[in-house]
Structure formats: C-alpha cells, structure tokens
Design a protein around this ligand. Structure first.
Ligand code: HH2
Length: 269
C-alpha cells in the first residue's frame, strides 16, 4: 500500500468553484501556495481559468499572465511539484517553461487537436480527466448507460491516444472527473468502483474536495467551506479504492486524515 500524494489547489481565478476568488492576485496566490507547501502538499495545482458552469472564458494571454509568474515564483522556492490546470496547450507550454511538471487537463487533451503532441514534446506528466459535455452546460442533464464503464473506456482511449502521440505511458494519470457532467448518483457509482479504474496500472487522481455532491448528501453543507467533513470522507474512501493523488483545498486536514488512515490500514493488511 502506498500513501497517496496530496495535490493542493491554488486558484488564480476570480470565479473558482470553491473559494470564490479568495486567492486571486499574484501576492495572495503565492502566499496561499506557500501555506499549502508548509501544510504538507506534495503537488500544487495552479489554475488560471475556472471550469465552473457559467464562468467567463479567459483569453490565452490572460491565463498565461495569471499562472506563469506564479509558477516561476513557486519553482524558485522549491520543495513541491507543480501542476497547471489548463485546457490550452499554449498555457501548458508557458507553465512548463516557468517550471511546471504536470499538465492537468479537464478535457483529457481533447479540447485542441495538437494537445497530445504538445504534451509529448513538453515531456510533462499529464492528468487526463473525464468530463461529459462542456463546463457551461455539463450539469444540465448528464446521462450514461453505465457511467463506470463509459468513464473507464473514455480514459483508456484518451491514454492510448496520448501514447500514440508520443506521451510516455509512465507519465499518464487518470481522473474520473467527479462533478463534471455527473449527477450525485453517477459520482457515487464512480467512487464505489474507483478500484476498477485504478486497476489499469496508471495512477488515479481524485478531486472530491468541497464539491457540490456533498451538499446533495448533506443539505447543511450549503457553502463550499462547509464541506470539509464530506471532502475527507470521500477522499479516504478513494484512498481505500486505490487513489494515488488527492486534489484538495484543505491540505493540512487531508494530510492528517491520510496519515491516520494509512497507520490503521498498514496494521490491518
Ligand atoms: N476539479 C476542478 C478543477 N480541476 N482537475 C482534476 N484533475 N480533477 C478535478 O476533480 C478537478 C480539476 C474543480 O474544482 P475547483 O478548484 O473548486 O474549481 P475551479 O477549477 O473551477 O476553480
């Protein structure tokens, strides 16, 4: 059993899902990044464009201006791996030039045809995430015959496409995309079957932190900041089902939860 890596979210966006732009602006974002490193983050995921339904699209140059200087500043301080959450190959290119190691793409390198070739050229690790539809409309009426089988088939096909374009297989991570074009029941089915996705030998990234499905289960968790308990419960469930990376907002609490979980699990194995 290996302990999962904790990926802390740093949003350099004024309209993110869960922290409402709290960390928008270079100084605030850098201060937040430093705090997450001090709290034990293994990876920082830097995003300059929100994927929230109804969020304003961000121009490529604006997105680069938001993320590249931040990545360079974090890289200069060292001590953490850096991922860039972007759908745009030009932003990934600028992010890697500034020091990012990982391209986290919620479109699984599918938004722009040349994405996979760019990822191969950059030599970075790629996170291929599943999403049904487009961020603006994905939650309108998501439908699947068999969500687990469809997400699995999609991700494996995207992984093969990436390998075909020259991305090394050992640089591919998969993510079921919790909340991206999925009902609560779809999310729960994917979580229950996460071991199936993890069984293909590629690391699985799980992003459940502060997501809306927690509110659907606990109506009192109205604001994203009220969802820590649900976030930890879902994250630990994911660890038990083989998640290798947890994408989270609450790093300190997640690190502690994972340590306790791992201590118990080791003795029980
Ligand atoms: N979730 C969000 C954004 N990026 N990337 C991966 N790989 N997996 C996820 O589950 C995932 C992701 C949404 O979370 P949040 O940071 O709250 O919103 P935004 O990115 O829109 O600021």
């Amino acid at each position: 059993m290996t302990t999962p890596l904790v990926m802390g979210v740093v949003n350099a966006t004024p309209d993110s899902f869960s922290d409402g732009g709290q960390h928008f602006g270079f100084d605030q974002a850098l201060a937040h990044a430093r705090r997450l490193v001090a709290e034990g983050a293994d990876i920082l995921d830097i995003g300059g464009e929100s994927t929230r339904p109804g969020a304003e699209p961000v121009a490529e140059s604006e997105e680069i201006d938001r993320v590249a200087p931040l990545i360079a500043a974090i890289r200069a301080e060292g001590g953490v791996r850096i991922s860039c959450d972007t759908m745009k190959p030009a932003v990934a290119r600028a992010a890697c030039a500034a020091g990012a190691d990982i391209w986290n793409d919620v479109t699984a390198l599918g938004r722009v045809p040349e994405s996979a070739a760019v990822a191969a050229e950059l030599g970075c690790t790629v996170v291929l995430m599943h999403m049904q539809g487009e961020p603006a409309t994905m939650q309108a009426d998501p439908r699947y015959e068999d969500v687990v089988a469809e997400v699995e088939a999609f991700l494996l096909a995207r992984a093969e496409a990436a390998v075909g374009a020259g991305v090394r297989r050992d640089r591919i991570w998969l993510d079921p995309g919790i909340g991206f074009g999925k009902t609560v029941e779809h999310n729960l089915q994917l979580l229950r079957a996460l071991d199936r996705l993890a069984g293909h030998g590629l690391p699985v990234v799980l992003g459940v932190s502060r997501k809306r499905f927690i509110r659907s289960i606990d109506a009192a968790a109205k604001d994203a900041g009220d969802r820590l308990g649900g976030s930890l419960a879902a994250a630990l469930w994911g660890v038990g089902k083989g998640a290798a990376v947890l994408r989270v907002h609450d790093v300190r609490e997640t690190v502690q939860a994972v340590k306790v979980w791992a201590s118990i699990a080791e003795g029980a194995a």
